[in-house]
Design a protein around this ligand. Structure first.
Ligand SMILES: Cc1ncc(COP(=O)(O)O)c(C=O)c1O
Length: 458
């Protein structure tokens, strides 16, 4: 019998995270003086225990019992075979997805929110500030902070704040305090509003606001938390891929293709990095991060040093970047509207270990609708991007008559994204494309910064 779901028992949950920094070489982040940043320079922003994780090159890092205890509210997550989607496509490919939408906030985000809240609490921090795009991260961190009794303040990108009122209410239910960004509460927000009072906002601006709000608390009891991009976030998310590998082992299957949508890179990395490790050790496997064509960080932007935020508060990170002042067009996948990309994911693209793909907004929604009508779960707009690529690959397998095994990360459900689906159904959504001239103008933002060197891990 072929099972619909492959499940793990709680005692089969991975008890260590996989750290890809043990297996690849990276350019260091740079401080304002252009020199590699020292861990203590990050101390006003993050607690030291998380900074230690950020710079660690230990291959395996133990997951604290208290963290596992909270993750068990919804983990291990199921690995599901998409039989009905396969049938609708008439493909010989076997399609599996790791269902991360089963968490309380509805996405993969609490996999890192929970350990981040835990390590802040351990370090004596009373309040955490953050930004949120789609609202998934803000709700995940509010949930995690409520589990550990910490205050949570969220700067939510204006366009999502207006499009997604129910996300704000979720944050409130978990005790989070959410304001629209740009706000008048910070200098970075006030500056952005002065530049453009009608700005839809961006993750870059919201990050600047949240960092400023943390470092300007003179009591020293507030820190900032980032929901993607950084090494420790990718680390925490690897529980997804580690579980998936155990689940595939149970049924004697190994994937040919691994796919995840990529905004800052964390859900993609979470599923993919344990498989990248196999690829480094000789496995033949294709690994695709998928981004929107309207924010083509990996497919069109160069690998450079750039700030992670708009105001330039963060260190210079070695990453693919559209320029830190880039404000993406207002497409409806808030979590993919980011100018940069995780340095680890960027490094893997530059080494050719993974290959980036881009899809249009309309193709993404079309794929999401096919998934909803076959597999039954309505995907988040971000997740739809991964599904569009899964469908392309399944159709390719059909043309080639190959029984490929495809796995993707079902990063979140779209039950609070129905206003975007409404716009799609009524024909109000359009594709956005950026001209080469527009891309070049945005890239002036990092023109004067040092250039990362080409480092090869193998
Ligand atoms: C459901 C969902 N998927 C994907 C993403 C993209 O983020 P990342 O690339 O860090 O996984 C987000 C971000 O908010 C999200 O909410």
């Amino acid at each position: 019998m072929e099972y619909k779901k492959v499940l793990l028992n709680e005692d089969e949950m991975p008890c260590q995270w996989y750290n890809i920094l043990a297996d690849i070489k990276m350019n260091p982040p740079l401080g304002p003086d252009g020199n590699p940043i020292k861990p203590e320079q990050l101390a006003p922003v993050f607690p030291m225990n998380l900074i230690e994780q950020e710079v660690s090159s230990e291959r395996w890092i133990t997951i604290p019992e208290e963290v596992l205890g909270v993750l068990k509210i919804w983990r291990p997550s199921p690995l599901v075979r998409a039989f009905s989607l396969e049938k609708a496509l008439g493909t010989p490919a076997k399609i599996y997805y790791k269902n991360e939408s089963v968490s309380p906030p509805g996405s993969h985000k609490p996999n890192t929110a929970v350990p981040q809240a835990y390590y802040n609490k351990e370090f004596g921090i009373k309040k955490i500030t953050t930004e949120t795009g789609a609202g998934q991260w803000g709700s995940a961190l509010s949930f995690a902070c409520s589990q550990f009794g910490i205050e949570c303040k969220i700067f939510m990108v204006r366009i999502s704040f207006d499009q997604k009122p129910y996300r704000k209410l979720m944050m409130s239910a978990w005790g989070g305090n959410c304001v629209a960004s740009p706000s008048t509460e910070t200098k970075a927000g006030r500056d952005a509003l002065e530049r453009d009072p009608n700005t839809p906002g961006s993750l870059g601006i919201a990050i600047s606001e949240a960092v400023e709000a943390a470092v300007s608390d003179t009591t020293g009891q507030t820190r900032y938390s980032l929901g993607s991009v950084l090494n420790h976030v990718m680390l925490h998310q690897t529980i997804i891929g580690l579980e998936a590998k155990k689940q595939f082992d149970k049924i004697g299957v190994y994937p040919d293709i691994v796919i995840g949508c990529a905004g800052g890179g964390s859900n993609f990395a979470g599923l993919a990095f344990p498989f990248v490790s196999d690829k480094i050790n000789g496995k033949n496997i294709e690994i695709y991060p998928v981004e929107p064509q309207a924010c083509p960080t990996l497919t069109k932007a160069p690998f450079v040093y750039d700030h992670g935020d708009t105001a330039g508060y963060t260190p210079l990170l070695p990453m693919h970047s559209l320029g830190h002042s880039f404000v993406p067009p207002p497409f409806h996948a808030g979590g993919l509207r980011y100018h940069g990309m995780a340095p680890t994911v960027s490094q893997l693209v530059s080494e050719g270990l993974i290959t980036a793909k881009a899809v249009t907004q309309l193709d993404a929604y079309k794929a999401g609708i096919l998934f909803s009508s076959t597999e039954g779960i309505i995907p988040a707009p971000e997740t739809c991007h991964a599904i569009a690529t899964v469908i392309d690959e399944a159709n390719k397998a059909k043309e080639e008559g190959k029984e490929k095994v495809i796995v993707f990360n079902f990063s979140g459900h779209g039950l609070l994204d129905l206003s975007a689906y409404d716009k799609y159904f009524s024909g109000q959504l359009q594709n956005f494309s950026l001209s080469d001239e527009e891309l070049l103008i945005c890239q002036k933002a990092f023109e004067k910064f040092p250039k990362p060197s080409i480092v090869k891990s193998r």
